[in-house]
Structure formats: structure tokens, C-alpha cells
Ligand binder design. Structure first.
Ligand code: 5GP
Length: 254
């Protein structure tokens, strides 16, 4: 791999300058955090699995006409993506009550919601990603009303598609978090799906047993975290060719 200039390091990923203008390389780490960094750990092989799982899901979404930042996977831990202007929002979609919604509203985890609910959080670690409304988003110009229309439409289509995809492999898509970016092509701007879609930012429960197959196993110290991510990859039919010894992958270059 050619030496690349690092542009940004997040909790689970690193962004490097891409080989061509307008591209970036997204590197998936094994690092796991919860509670906005309060809890830290390593999930061995997570980066490799999330790279594959996110590639698979982004490609399937592309197939149904949802624009994404994904170009192609480069290797075990890296993918080539389009450089986008990230909209500073976490868009959370919920089908079943869990996590912060269950806690905030006192609804038992596992209760099917009367309809899909979309929530917005302002992406700001120092403020702990506070929940915001459309009013805040448009007033502070994080996105305009038209951007939000696009975001909601893309989010609902993504939810419908992924819900069906996961039903087909015996998994309930409880909730997940999306991020979007602005992709400029000349004077034209399109909102596209960015970041990743993986068990790090989705709640995935076995449809029969409700066993958690996602990052809640780490957040809640449930054990068998790696195995849960592997199970999702297996069911999607994309477990990497790697043996366990490959899972550590290359060291990150600074
Ligand atoms: P909750 O608000 O219940 O904690 O999370 C709702 C859903 O969004 C979960 O699937 C969770 O994984 C995802 N999510 C919310 N915030 C974050 C975040 O900051 N990072 C990641 N990786 N996922 C998040």
C-alpha cells in the first residue's frame, strides 16, 4: 500500500487522502468505543468485517438507486470513497424500541413502534451528540428544508430495503444510524449516504431468539462480540476469505 496522508482519525475509522482528487480512503479500525468514548476496547477483526458488511450493504443500496459515497473496496480494511461535505447530523431510524428511546420514553425494549420514527442528533462529541429537531437544523443552517426532504426520503427507502434484506436472513433491523454528505459535481449538489452501515451503528437482533448481533454486545458487556459480527457477515454470505490470523490486518501508518 502506498503511503497516504492521514486527514482525520475518528473512533472507529481513519480517513486518508485518496489516489485521485475528490476521493478518500476509509480505513476501518478494530477500536470500539461506547458512551461517547467513556468505554474503550478492541473487537478483533471488527474492522475487516465492517469493511465487508458496509461494502455489501452500500452496493445493494446503490443497486436500488440510493446514491452513496462508496466507490470500491481496496483491501481487507480499506475502501475508496467519494469526498463529501458531511452534514453534521446523525439520522437515527427506529422500527422497534431499544436503547436511548426505550430509556427516554419508558417503553420496554423490543416493543414494535406504531410506525418508523426518524430522529436527528447534532454530530458534536463535546456536546454528546444532542438530539435536535428540524427547527434547529434549518435555523442553524446545518441543512435546508430541501436537503432534509432528500434525507428523509433516502432514509425511509434505506430502512425499507434493509429491513427486507435482513428479514431474509433471519434478522430484525431494530434501529440504525445514518450519515449523509453533499456531493458536488460542478454546480450540482446531491445528498448521498456516507459513513458506514455495519453492526457498529445498527441494532440487529436474531428474529427468532432476539439475540443481539451488534455493538450492544460490547456496550453492555454481553460477551461473544466478534462472533456476533461474524454471524451477521456469515448470514449476508460475505464472510471474508481471511483466516483468523489475517484479521488483525496491517498496522495503520501515520
Ligand atoms: P441509541 O440512540 O438508542 O443509543 O442508538 C440508536 C441507533 O443508532 C443504534 O443502532 C446505534 O448503534 C446507532 N447510533 C446512535 N448514535 C451512534 C453513534 O454515535 N455511533 C454509532 N456507531 N452508532 C450510533
Amino acid at each position: 500500500m502506498a503511503r497516504r496522508r492521514q486527514l482525520y482519525e475518528g473512533k472507529a475509522k481513519i480517513l486518508f487522502e485518496g489516489p485521485e482528487p475528490g476521493t478518500l480512503v476509509q480505513y476501518f479500525k478494530d477500536d470500539a468505543t461506547a458512551g461517547n468514548g467513556a468505554k474503550k476496547g478492541i473487537i478483533t477483526g471488527k474492522g475487516v468485517l465492517n469493511n465487508r458488511i458496509s461494502e455489501h450493504l452500500m452496493l445493494r443500496l446503490h443497486d436500488i438507486g440510493i446514491p452513496t459515497h462508496f466507490i470500491r473496496r481496496l483491501n481487507m480494511r480499506e475502501q475508496l470513497i467519494r469526498e463529501v461535505e458531511i452534514i453534521p447530523l446523525e439520522v437515527v431510524v427506529r422500527n422497534v424500541a431499544a436503547g436511548s428511546l426505550a430509556k427516554r420514553l419508558g417503553i420496554p425494549e423490543g416493543t414494535r413502534l406504531p410506525r418508523t420514527i426518524i430522529e436527528y442528533y447534532y454530530k458534536n462529541d463535546s456536546l454528546n451528540d444532542p438530539m435536535v429537531s428540524e427547527e434547529h437544523i434549518t435555523a442553524f443552517d446545518w441543512a435546508c428544508a430541501h436537503d432534509l426532504d432528500d434525507i428523509v426520503a433516502l432514509t425511509m427507502r434505506t430502512n425499507d430495503f434493509l429491513t427486507g434484506l435482513f428479514v431474509g436472513i433471519g434478522i430484525t433491523l431494530v434501529d440504525f444510524k445514518l450519515e449523509f454528505g453533499r456531493l458536488w459535481e460542478g454546480d450540482e449538489m446531491r445528498i448521498v449516504l456516507a459513513d458506514e452501515i455495519s453492526p457498529d451503528n445498527c441494532r440487529l437482533w436474531d428474529a427468532k431468539t432476539s439475540e443481539k448481533l451488534d455493538k450492544d454486545r460490547f456496550r453492555r458487556d454481553l460477551g461473544r462480540v466478534e462472533e456476533a459480527y461474524q454471524e451477521v457477515a456469515w448470514r449476508l454470505g460475505i464472510l471474508p476469505e481471511a483466516t483468523n490470523s489475517d484479521m488483525k490486518g496491517p498496522e495503520v501508518m501515520q
